[in-house]
Design a protein around this ligand. Structure first.
Ligand SMILES: CC(=O)N[C@@H]([C@@H](O)[C@H](O)[C@H](O)CO)[C@@H](O)CC(=O)C(=O)O
Length: 308
């Protein structure tokens, strides 16, 4: 495999822009790339994941989106990771082959969650069959037990993983179990794997136990501020890093109480960036106008430590 720039820092979990009648709105992706790079200082993306409603899209739509992100991101983005997880193995494999063919910087896979793997070996066997379809592409396991219900601990999964999945590169860790994350990082003595944290409201805790970076929905519109938190942490200026985390937490705590998910993320991103993200796809339903007004007012009321 060609050596690549290590993935660290922020990764935006991309939203899938849709037209008012529910089709994929590919033409806005070029503008979206520029917005992430120029306004949010975010140069990595995770496409077709949870925020991207990947599991609500057809295989054809997922391929179109992957193509467009790779194409529009060329010479602008550092890493384009494509989520290729699905409920059945052939579709995952097809998407993995496609991601390899278009030159994606990485692929990621969630655990299948209708018939669920219950043991580590079952999960690894599934992941291995997907990874081997893209033998030159760095592979990430996407751990998101609140949505998949698959609670196999990652520190257990890591044992011997390289022998079975030579392309294994790391984990997108979307769980609040910082004990599991810390054990993974402790085992990763040589630093061969990357751990990208996925619960934005507690990223600082994950950084403290050694996460390399983060993948999340809020980095679409709070990337600039979260980057300042990463800088403060690296300095180190923990008091400043805490201020940023408290403020992003204040916003998320506010919207979570109102009811917050992918549909609401689409609405917030539309109002902050001006890029029309459109409605979500059923079974998700669009955010209410009351939510949009309150969320925007809350965001606007926050005074960030850098004065913006
Ligand atoms: C359950 C969920 O959607 N989690 C988000 C978070 O970024 C989440 O939106 C944020 O922490 C706010 O709760 C990400 O982990 C999901 C993600 O990275 C993805 O879209 O694949």
């Amino acid at each position: 495999m060609t050596p690549r720039k290590k993935l660290k820092g922020l990764v935006a979990a991309t939203i899938t822009p849709m037209t008012p009648d529910g089709k994929i709105n590919l033409p806005v992706i070029g503008q979206y790339v520029d917005y992430l790079v120029n306004e949010q200082n975010v140069k990595n993306v995770f496409v077709n994941g949870t925020t991207g409603e990947g599991l609500s899209l057809s295989i054809q739509e997922r391929k179109q989106l992957a193509d467009e992100w790779v194409c529009q991101g060329k010479d602008k983005l550092d890493h384009v990771i494509i989520h290729v997880g699905a409920l059945n193995l052939p579709e995952c494999q097809e998407l993995a082959r496609h991601a390899a063919a278009i030159g994606a910087g990485g692929i990621a896979v969630i655990a299948p969650f209708f018939f669920k793997p219950t043991k580590k070996d079952e999960l690894v066997a599934f992941l291995q069959k997907v990874a081997s379809e893209a033998p030159e592409v760095p592979f990430y396991y996407y751990h998101i037990p609140p949505l998949t219900g698959v609670k196999i601990r990652v520190e257990e999964l890591l044992d011997g993983i390289k022998a079975q999945i030579p392309t294994f590169q790391g984990v997108k860790f979307s769980d609040t179990d910082l004990l599991d994350l810390a054990q993974c990082i402790n085992k990763n003595e040589t630093g061969e794997f990357e751990f990208l944290y996925g619960v934005d409201e507690q990223l600082l805790g994950a950084l403290a136990v050694g996460a390399n970076g983060a993948v999340g929905s809020t980095y679409n519109y709070l990337g600039r501020q979260t980057n300042l938190m990463l800088q403060a942490f690296a300095k180190p200026d923990f008091a400043l890093a805490q201020q940023y985390q408290f403020l992003t937490g204040e916003f998320l705590n506010f919207v979570i109480k109102l009811g917050f998910g992918v549909a609401q993320t689409k609405a917030v991103m539309t109002s902050v960036s001006g890029i029309p993200m459109g409605p979500p796809r059923l079974p998700l339903v669009g955010a209410s106008s009351e939510f949009i007004i309150k969320a925007k007012a809350k965001l606007d009321s926050i005074v960030w430590p850098d004065g913006h």
